[in-house]
Design a protein around this ligand. Structure first.
Ligand code: NAP
Ligand code: ZN
Ligand code: ZN
Length: 348
């Protein structure tokens, strides 16, 4: 059985600490991946502190994984030992329901298996994530990585990338559309890059004035300080689409005021408290509030290939795993530029 070293949360209050465990033997269509880099998603923090009530301990977080294949089962077609492979938020699904057959495994009717703190469909154990030395996964849930991209900066694409790419595509963001991105963090900065790359007029909404110049460099046509009522008023009724990536509870009404008639605000951020919406602000312009969650396997590969062709990656601060607890604290202070990525060689 592959042995793994990692960092785990043992309860909702204690910092992550070194943890050793074993992974199951790979099956004929499975890979063993030696993890090189793993991104640090705000969901890892929500989960390890049990903010959504879904925690299972010990918990090894991490679902933005890039690594090298060290073993491939006899029926594996896409990869061979030595190849680079990437794994995101889900690692299995029923593989026969209508959403799975459409390649929307994240909407699996029987529930997809998450990369960590979830019941493994194969042996019933609890999945352990990418803050660790290796992973065992079916090739259907692993992606190839364009060879021109920096691997540390690719890791965040596996969650922050697909979670923003998918709704921007679904709601047809492109030329002629005015699009707002709420929150300049891991998800937000990828949303900004994609919306800009798709040709939309892209406006960054931030609560952090000091991020203004960075937002412009990352592709924003304009930046709105969302705590400044005058700036918000100036843009009232002008947006086609808004993507909300904020991680902390916040009022969404001020952002709904920014939408045009028939505009849509899509929530991807998952604060631990739900927002409240005045029905009047929706009916007065037939506005929609929607939600979106990661993406299926084909779309995740499409996103990676798009990034390869357009030279898009995350802006990352690479850290050794020993700094993970500091990274969590800095993330809470909105002090991330714009994704922490763990260099897994620091585990050795
Ligand atoms: P992050 O890097 O910590 O960024 C979150 C950003 O939200 C902050 O940088 C900040 O941006 C903004 N923010 C924080 N508090 C705010 C407030 N009160 N009002 C407005 N904006 C606020 O987090 P992340 O990794 O991007 O994740 C963002 C959220 O998405 C998390 O809740 C995460 O769990 C969720 N998520 C969802 C999915 C999905 O499939 N739907 C996938 C991945 C993550 P400014 O400083 O610019 O204001
Ligand atoms: Zn994530
Ligand atoms: Zn299914």
């Amino acid at each position: 059985m592959p042995q793994s070293k990692g960092y785990a949360a043992t309860d909702s209050k204690t910092p992550l600490a070194p943890f050793s465990f074993s992974r199951r033997e790979p099956g004929p269509t499975e890979l063993v991946i030696d993890i090189l880099f793993c991104g640090v998603c705000h969901s890892d923090l929500h989960m390890s502190r049990n903010e959504w009530g879904q925690a299972v301990y010990p918990m090894v977080p991490g679902h933005e994984i890039v690594g090298r294949v060290t073993a491939a089962g006899k029926d594996v077609k896409k990869f061979k030992a030595g190849d680079i492979a990437a794994v995101g938020v889900i690692v299995d699904s029923c593989r026969h329901c209508a959403p799975c057959n459409r390649g929307e495994e994240h909407f699996c009717a029987e529930g997809a298996t998450l990369t960590y703190a979830n019941k493994d469909r194969v042996d019933g154990s609890i999945t352990m994530g990418g803050y660790s030395s290796n992973y065992v996964v079916d090739e259907r849930f692993a992606h190839t990585v364009p060879s021109n991209l920096d691997l540390a900066a690719v890791a965040p694409l596996l969650c922050a990338g697909i979670t923003t790419f998918s709704p921007l595509r679904h709601w047809n963001v492109g030329p002629g559309k005015k699009v707002g991105i709420i929150g300049l963090g891991g998800l937000g900065h990828m949303g900004l890059k994609f919306a800009h790359s798709f040709g939309a007029q892209t406006i960054q909404l931030t609560t952090s004035l000091k991020k203004k110049d960075d937002a412009t460099k990352l592709g924003a046509d304009d930046v709105i300080l969302s705590t400044d009522d005058a700036q918000m008023k100036k843009h009232a009724g002008s947006f086609d689409f808004i993507l909300d990536t904020a991680s902390a509870p916040h009022a969404i009404e001020p952002y709904l005021n920014l939408l045009k008639q028939d505009g849509t605000m899509t929530l991807v951020g998952l604060p631990d408290k739900p927002p409240s919406v005045s029905i009047f602000s929706l009916i007065s312009k037939r506005a929609s509030v929607a939600g979106s969650m990661i993406g299926g396997m084909p779309e995740t590969q499409e996103m990676l290939d798009y990034c390869g062709k357009n030279n898009i990656t995350a802006d990352v601060e690479v850290i050794p795993i020993q700094q993970i607890n500091d990274a969590f604290e800095r993330m809470l202070k909105q002090d991330v530029k714009y994704r922490f990525v763990i260099d897994m060689s620091s585990l050795k």
